[in-house]
Design a protein around this ligand. Structure first.
Ligand SMILES: [Zn+2]
Length: 119
Protein backbone atom coordinates (compact mmCIF):
# COMPACT_ATOMS: atom_id res chain seq x y z
CA UNK A 1 0.00 0.00 0.00
CA UNK A 2 2.07 2.91 -1.23
CA UNK A 3 -0.45 5.44 0.06
CA UNK A 4 0.87 4.80 3.56
CA UNK A 5 4.39 5.79 2.53
CA UNK A 6 2.96 8.86 0.77
CA UNK A 7 1.15 9.83 3.98
CA UNK A 8 4.35 9.26 5.98
CA UNK A 9 6.26 11.39 3.48
CA UNK A 10 3.69 14.15 3.86
CA UNK A 11 4.16 14.08 7.61
CA UNK A 12 7.94 14.15 7.24
CA UNK A 13 7.65 17.21 5.00
CA UNK A 14 5.13 18.97 7.19
CA UNK A 15 6.73 18.32 10.57
CA UNK A 16 9.36 21.12 10.50
CA UNK A 17 6.70 23.59 9.41
CA UNK A 18 4.23 22.34 12.02
CA UNK A 19 6.84 22.67 14.75
CA UNK A 20 7.35 26.31 13.72
CA UNK A 21 3.68 27.19 14.02
CA UNK A 22 1.96 28.61 17.12
CA UNK A 23 0.85 26.03 19.65
CA UNK A 24 -2.85 26.55 18.97
CA UNK A 25 -2.61 26.12 15.23
CA UNK A 26 -4.61 23.19 13.93
CA UNK A 27 -4.52 21.87 10.41
CA UNK A 28 -8.04 21.27 9.13
CA UNK A 29 -7.48 20.09 5.62
CA UNK A 30 -4.60 19.16 3.36
CA UNK A 31 -5.19 19.16 -0.36
CA UNK A 32 -2.88 16.84 -2.26
CA UNK A 33 -2.41 17.25 -5.99
CA UNK A 34 -1.93 13.82 -7.54
CA UNK A 35 -1.32 13.01 -11.19
CA UNK A 36 -2.69 9.83 -12.77
CA UNK A 37 0.81 8.34 -13.19
CA UNK A 38 1.18 8.33 -9.41
CA UNK A 39 -1.72 5.90 -9.18
CA UNK A 40 -2.83 7.29 -5.84
CA UNK A 41 -6.08 5.74 -4.65
CA UNK A 42 -7.82 8.67 -2.93
CA UNK A 43 -9.68 6.55 -0.37
CA UNK A 44 -6.49 4.69 0.50
CA UNK A 45 -4.58 7.94 1.02
CA UNK A 46 -7.41 9.37 3.13
CA UNK A 47 -7.37 6.22 5.25
CA UNK A 48 -3.56 6.21 5.53
CA UNK A 49 -3.62 9.83 6.66
CA UNK A 50 -6.14 8.97 9.39
CA UNK A 51 -3.38 6.83 10.90
CA UNK A 52 -0.39 9.11 10.26
CA UNK A 53 -2.07 12.39 11.28
CA UNK A 54 -1.99 11.30 14.92
CA UNK A 55 1.79 11.60 14.95
CA UNK A 56 1.46 15.34 15.40
CA UNK A 57 -1.08 17.15 17.63
CA UNK A 58 -1.49 19.93 15.07
CA UNK A 59 -2.66 17.53 12.36
CA UNK A 60 -4.58 15.06 14.53
CA UNK A 61 -7.92 16.50 13.43
CA UNK A 62 -7.06 17.07 9.79
CA UNK A 63 -8.40 15.43 6.67
CA UNK A 64 -6.83 14.88 3.30
CA UNK A 65 -8.48 15.71 0.04
CA UNK A 66 -7.08 14.47 -3.25
CA UNK A 67 -7.14 16.87 -6.17
CA UNK A 68 -6.63 14.66 -9.22
CA UNK A 69 -4.82 16.19 -12.16
CA UNK A 70 -4.74 15.10 -15.78
CA UNK A 71 -2.25 13.72 -18.23
CA UNK A 72 -2.03 15.70 -21.44
CA UNK A 73 -1.80 13.09 -24.17
CA UNK A 74 -0.94 13.68 -27.80
CA UNK A 75 -0.96 10.99 -30.46
CA UNK A 76 2.09 11.28 -32.70
CA UNK A 77 0.36 9.20 -35.37
CA UNK A 78 -2.87 11.13 -35.95
CA UNK A 79 -2.35 14.32 -33.96
CA UNK A 80 -5.30 13.73 -31.63
CA UNK A 81 -4.81 15.32 -28.22
CA UNK A 82 -6.81 14.96 -25.05
CA UNK A 83 -6.68 15.03 -21.26
CA UNK A 84 -6.66 11.60 -19.63
CA UNK A 85 -7.68 10.89 -16.06
CA UNK A 86 -5.63 7.72 -15.95
CA UNK A 87 -2.63 6.28 -17.71
CA UNK A 88 -3.42 5.41 -21.33
CA UNK A 89 -1.42 3.36 -23.78
CA UNK A 90 -3.41 3.64 -26.99
CA UNK A 91 -4.95 6.47 -28.97
CA UNK A 92 -8.76 6.12 -28.81
CA UNK A 93 -9.03 7.55 -32.31
CA UNK A 94 -6.48 5.58 -34.37
CA UNK A 95 -5.28 2.88 -31.95
CA UNK A 96 -1.62 3.93 -32.18
CA UNK A 97 0.59 3.49 -29.13
CA UNK A 98 2.92 6.25 -30.31
CA UNK A 99 1.83 8.72 -27.63
CA UNK A 100 3.40 11.75 -26.07
CA UNK A 101 2.63 12.59 -22.45
CA UNK A 102 2.71 15.84 -20.56
CA UNK A 103 2.18 16.20 -16.84
CA UNK A 104 0.42 13.58 -14.76
CA UNK A 105 3.40 13.01 -12.47
CA UNK A 106 2.42 15.58 -9.88
CA UNK A 107 2.39 14.61 -6.27
CA UNK A 108 2.57 17.48 -3.84
CA UNK A 109 0.70 19.33 -1.14
CA UNK A 110 -1.30 21.94 -2.95
CA UNK A 111 -3.01 23.68 -0.06
CA UNK A 112 -3.13 23.54 3.71
CA UNK A 113 -6.16 24.91 5.53
CA UNK A 114 -5.74 25.72 9.18
CA UNK A 115 -7.85 27.28 11.90
CA UNK A 116 -5.84 30.48 11.40
CA UNK A 117 -5.56 31.09 7.70
CA UNK A 118 -5.22 29.37 4.38
CA UNK A 119 -1.65 28.71 3.43
ZN1 LIG B 1 -4.08 8.64 -32.92
Amino acid sequence: MHELSIAQGMMANLRPWLDDQPEDLRVLKIVVKAGPFRAVVPDALIFAWEVVRNEHPKTAGSVVEVDASFIEVKCRACGESWNAERAVFKCPKCGSDNLEFGGGNELFIEKIETNEKNM
